[in-house]
Ligand binder design. Structure first.
Ligand code: HEC
Length: 197
């Protein structure tokens, strides 16, 4: 169903004083619509309900969008978990070039998290990263540089333990990261969803 032509309505709303001049034009238009569309058109021939005052609606600037402020959980889900998974798949496939890139991206993502959210519940995030996880990523890097599949798997397991150490340290022991389970149909095969015993 077509809407009434806004051009025919606006002037009388904007400036009620000009209504006598404008009204005949609007009625003619409404009549034309009514003739053209039959009963449906007749509905439009009636005065439209007045909307919100256009002076308020059209002059107020739209509210500025708030800057994106992701939380720790968002960044873990977006930046960290996928790299942990991809690092494992690339390394166990023997794609050392890709594994090196994923390890680098994981380290960079963690660093960016620490600079975006320097404290978490009063704890220094960078200090936690430096002591808990950076050495583990370095060990993974070394296994990749040596193209050593066995060392890669062992160092990846230690890295995964470090993920959980930080979760426990920052009071989220129920977020349990594991070595990706190839049998799992989960979309997050590096996370253990079973309740803790
Ligand atoms: C600096 C400490 C720290 C390290 C290191 C860390 N995490 Fe986290 N992670 C957290 C905290 C804190 C949360 C909970 C955030 C919240 O809910 O506010 C979390 C949450 C998560 C979540 C759950 C996010 C959600 O909303 O479902 C996943 C998945 C995760 N981490 C994966 C990892 C992986 C994989 C690693 C290792 C590569 C890792 N994390 C290393 C601190 C850490």
């Amino acid at each position: 169903m077509p809407s009434p032509d806004p051009a025919s309505i606006q002037p009388s709303i904007r400036n009620p004083a000009s209504a006598p001049m404008i009204r005949p034009r609007r009625s003619l238009r409404s009549l034309a619509v009514a003739i053209g569309l039959g009963t449906c058109g007749l509905v439009f021939a009636q005065d439209p309900a007045p909307g919100p005052s256009p002076s308020a609606a059209s002059t107020a600037p739209p509210p500025a969008p708030a800057a994106f402020a992701p939380g720790f959980d968002d960044l873990m889900t977006l930046l960290v978990q996928p790299r942990h998974l991809k690092l494992y798949y690339a390394g166990t496939a023997g794609n050392w070039e890709l594994a090196a890139a994923e390890a680098r991206d994981l380290r960079a993502a963690l660093k960016r998290i620490a600079s975006t959210l320097p404290t978490y519940q009063g704890n220094d995030v960078d200090a936690a990263l430096t002591s808990m996880i950076v050495p583990k990523i370095q060990a993974v890097d070394a296994s990749i540089a040596a193209a050593d599949a066995k060392r890669f798997v062992a160092s990846f397991a230690e890295l995964t333990t470090a993920c959980n150490a930080c979760h426990t340290y920052l009071e989220h022991p129920f977020i349990v990261i594991r070595i990706p389970d190839g049998e799992s149909k989960s979309l997050y095969p590096d996370q253990d969803f079973s309740p803790s015993p």
